[in-house]
Design a protein around this ligand. Structure first.
Ligand SMILES: Cc1cc2nc3c(=O)[nH]c(=O)nc-3n(C[C@H](O)[C@H](O)[C@H](O)COP(=O)(O)OP(=O)(O)OC[C@H]3O[C@@H](n4cnc5c(N)ncnc54)[C@H](O)[C@@H]3O)c2cc1C
Length: 361
């Protein structure tokens, strides 16, 4: 089997390397920093798009496939590595009063469990919430994952089977007679028969030297983390694009912002204030709770959030799996399987056409 180079060690690169190595391929993964420390570390880990009915069917297809896969993936990772990615079925409570009919009809069409709750039932389910809409939407089967742990487990699972080269930045893709031959890093060259670019927000930077570049740009997201006691927030709660995620140990994440500020991965006092305000407005008891952390990450933003998964036109052996925008955790396992299917000429798990690099988005 030929040598495959995966560029980028976020969730997408790690999952892709795992898929390829499980199929018997010889894989090298190159990462400019440390694996799993960029967007995949910064994200919230909700295993559902936030308002799933608003997305293209191509995103729904990847999400539904991955949602079914996550329990198996996490069980396998726990067994192989001893690291628990903490997949928890927290359910998703959506407090926005609009779009209920549209949401429920989407759920019926895709056989997703979604209920409309009365205000009273909502208060029973989430007693600490101060916001009191007359009705809410409840998706009891939505999971969350602790994404830094997922990345650690994935890395540990492939260690020994995949050659992992960290702190090594790819600066050039090497092409001869319209065929990829490897990549040049600041430390030397790595030869390969096939290359998969999983470089998240940096993907377009890397591919633009070849001419056509996917429309991927960094979209900053900031989060804050409270150190609370377990039970203060019971479910993932969403209102007006902001959400709270309760971790098993009581920590509560509040996210997030959507900022187009290039590659500046900085936190700002304004965002901290705005996120804090949302948190306290929804759960006033958080006012007495210390903020433990505040961070930013760069999402790989793409038009309509549809990732680019497939062959790079005109260059044999070059592939892309990037641009997952706000949904890289929930669509990750399916994206990795699809990328591996295409690379290894297997029957693809879903129709690959919507994700092609030259597809209309
Ligand atoms: C605040 C926030 C909240 C989020 N919440 C959720 C959520 O709840 N659910 C969900 O599904 N998604 C969520 N996301 C989105 C999700 O985190 C991303 O879609 C996903 O992590 C993208 O994974 P990736 O591997 O493509 O990118 P990354 O994790 O950014 O990985 C790309 C990697 O490529 C490396 N790299 C780049 N260029 C090079 C190069 N030239 N050479 C070598 N290495 C290179 C980088 O160092 C990086 O490690 C959130 C994101 C943010 C920021």
């Amino acid at each position: 089997m030929s040598e495959i180079l995966v560029i980028g060690g976020g969730a997408i690169g790690l999952l892709t390397a795992r898929e390829l190595t499980q199929a018997g391929a010889r894989v090298t993964l190159v990462e400019m920093g440390e694996t799993g420390r960029e967007s995949s570390w910064a994200g919230g880990g909700i295993i559902s798009p936030l308002y799933p009915w608003r997305y293209a069917s191509s995103i729904t297809a990847l999400s539904l496939w991955s949602q079914r896969e996550y329990p198996h993936l996490c069980a396998a990772l726990r067994e192989e590595t001893g690291i628990d990615p903490e997949l928890v079925r927290s359910g998703l409570l959506i407090l926005d009063p609009e779009e209920h009919d549209q949401a429920l009809s989407w759920a019926r069409e895709h056989r997703v469990t979604m209920e409309r709750l009365s205000g009273d039932t909502l208060r029973e389910l989430e007693p600490g919430v101060a916001h009191k809409p007359s009705a809410a939407l409840w998706m009891p089967d939505v999971d969350q994952i602790r994404n830094p742990r997922l990345a650690k487990a994935l890395r540990s699972a492939i260690e020994g089977r995949v050659q992992i080269r960290e702190h090594e930045e790819v600066v050039e893709l090497l092409v001869e007679s319209e065929r990829i031959t490897g990549a040049r890093t600041h430390k030397g060259t790595i030869g390969a028969d096939a290359v998969v670019v999983c470089a998240g927000a940096w993907t377009a930077k890397l591919l633009e030297q070849l001419g056509a570049r996917p429309n991927i740009e960094p979209v900053r997201g900031q989060m804050i983390l409270f150190y609370a006691e377990p039970g203060l927030v019971r479910h993932v709660v969403l209102l007006r694009e902001r959400y709270l995620i309760p971790r098993k140990d009581g920590r509560i994440l509040i996210g997030s912002t959507l900022e187009h500020e290039g590659f500046a991965k900085i936190t700002t006092a304004e965002a901290k204030e705005a996120l804090y305000h949302t948190a306290v407005e929804l759960f006033p008891r958080l006012e007495q709770t210390p903020i433990e952390n505040h961070w930013a990450g760069l999402r790989p933003g793409s038009p309509s959030g549809i990732p680019y998964i497939g062959a790079y036109p005109g260059i044999q052996g070059l592939y892309c799996n990037a641009g997952h925008y706000r949904n890289g955790l929930v669509t990750g396992p399916a994206s990795a399987r699809l990328a591996a299917d295409l690379l290894l000429s297997r029957v693809p798990i879903v129709d690959p056409a919507p994700y092609a690099l030259d597809a209309q988005r």
